[in-house]
Design a protein around this ligand. Structure first.
Ligand code: ATP
Ligand code: MG
Length: 417
């Protein structure tokens, strides 16, 4: 028996309705905020991710599914969406007509990390990007939109963590101060962090290993090193969040660890999912469009982890499954053909109907009707056929009556079930 690959899972009917509900809720909200959908490939040139995410990140160093195609070109299954959206924005010169573009996309991402609850090798994200706006009001709008989405889905117990990473003018000073501290504490750091300390010191702030957390207890804060322009920007983000009534906490450990990422960075975390606490990560990347070969245009975006959002949603809300509106029990060939014709007609009218096609007894067909959860059953036997009638049974009240087959569509439309 061939099984699916480790970390790659099926989302079955019964679960998928929750995904559909969340995706529809998010799309509607994103569109109300002026976002338009973009669909991007799952496979890209490896170089795109090395340049955008950065060579010295866990994703690029250890997690990407990279392989040569038959001609030897190096390709990668996308580990995130921002790089592709930025590539598309530049490739199609979407900035030419109007640099301000708000784009969103929903789909699978691939990272080869250790599978566990809330962490998969194929996982799903809702991703949104805003290009061409440097105003801090946009940063706050985006966070407000995310808080609104969680509210609409009935999800509470989430906290917005907020930080600023400064800009190329003020970050080097902070990096130097941090690097100094890291040198003094090298012995206490985990192996990964010793490597990070040299190549990408900001990433150490993010490490979850208790020893590293302790070693960094008195680490400097980026917010204490911000230049005046970044300080003002960050104050405006906070001020506008307060106006919009979005609670947040300042978290000086929150980083992205790449030079393209600038200023506002945020994460939405929950205490309800154990170790996998991040539901959304996002922030500004004012240097990324240019780094990927486009004009100097600022950007800000986020990625919601859909797998985790679905799990959170399952804690707070039932989602009802889908079932047919009517089940046909037909006895005999002619009745079966009649039922089949009705099923097609009804489906074409948008009414889901079902029947048994394996010549079961009436008793067994009724059992099947019961299992289908259809609220109405239509029974057609030879007598009914001869009279042009059908027996219609209400499964909840168990009442049944005969009615003309020709009027079935009206009956079904009027049941309101
Ligand atoms: P984490 O710290 O949990 O590894 P991350 O910083 O790698 O998250 P991002 O790259 O910011 O995550 O992606 C945004 C969101 O995507 C995360 O907040 C999380 O909800 C989700 N996510 C990331 N990796 C996975 C995964 N392997 N499986 C399921 N969801 C994931
Ligand atoms: Mg990760």
């Amino acid at each position: 028996m061939i099984q699916s690959i480790r970390g790659f899972r099926d989302i079955l009917p019964g679960e998928v309705e929750r995904w559909q509900h969340i995706e529809a809720t998010a799309s509607t909200l994103l569109q109300s905020f002026g976002f338009r959908e973009i669909r991007i490939p799952v496979l890209e040139k490896t170089e795109l991710f090395c340049r955008s995410i950065g060579e010295q990140t866990d994703i690029v160093e250890k997690e990407m599914y990279t392989f040569p195609d038959r001609k030897g070109d190096m390709l990668t299954l996308r580990p995130e969406a921002t790089a592709s959206v930025v590539r598309a924005y530049i490739q199609h010169k979407l900035f030419a007509a109007n640099p301000v573009q708000k784009l969103y996309t929903i789909g699978p991402m691939f990272r080869r990390e250790r599978p566990q609850k809330g962490r998969y090798r194929q996982f799903y994200q809702i991703n949104a990007e805003v290009f061409g706006v440097s105003s801090p009001l946009m940063d706050a709008q985006i966070i407000f939109m995310l808080a609104t989405l969680l509210g609409r889905l009935g999800i509470r117990d989430c906290t917005v963590h907020l930080n600023s990473l400064g800009c190329p003018a003020c970050r080097p000073g902070f990096k130097a101060a941090l690097a100094g501290l890291l040198t003094r504490h090298t012995g206490e750091l985990c192996e990964d962090c010793r490597r990070r300390a040299e190549r990408n010191p900001l990433r150490v702030l993010d490490c979850k290993v208790p020893g590293c957390r302790q070693a960094l207890a008195d680490a400097p804060s980026m917010v204490d090193h911000l230049c005046d322009a970044c300080k003002e920007h960050f104050a405006s983000v906070q001020n506008h969040l307060e106006t919009l009534g979005v609670p947040y906490i300042l978290d000086n450990r929150l980083v992205r660890g790449l030079d393209y990422y600038t200023r506002t960075t945020f994460e939405i975390q929950t205490g309800l999912l154990g170790a996998q606490s991040a539901v959304t990560g996002g922030g500004r990347y004012d240097g990324l469009v240019q780094a990927l070969g486009g004009p100097e245009i600022p950007g800000i975006g986020f990625a919601i982890g859909l797998d985790r959002l679905v799990e959170l949603h399952a804690l707070v809300q039932e989602v009802s499954g889908v079932h047919p509106k009517v089940f046909f029990c037909a006895l005999g060939n002619a009745a079966q053909r009649m039922a089949s014709e009705w099923i097609c007609r009804l489906a074409a009218e948008g009414i889901e109907a079902e029947m048994d096609l394996s010549d079961k007894s009436l008793k067994n067909q009724m059992k099947q009707a019961d299992r289908s959860l259809a609220p109405l059953v239509v029974m057609i036997g030879e007598n009914e056929l001869a009279e042009g009638q059908a027996v219609i049974r209400d499964m909840a009240s168990r009442e049944q009556h005969k009615a003309p087959i020709a009027g079935l569509l009206d009956v079904l439309r009027n049941t309101g079930k």
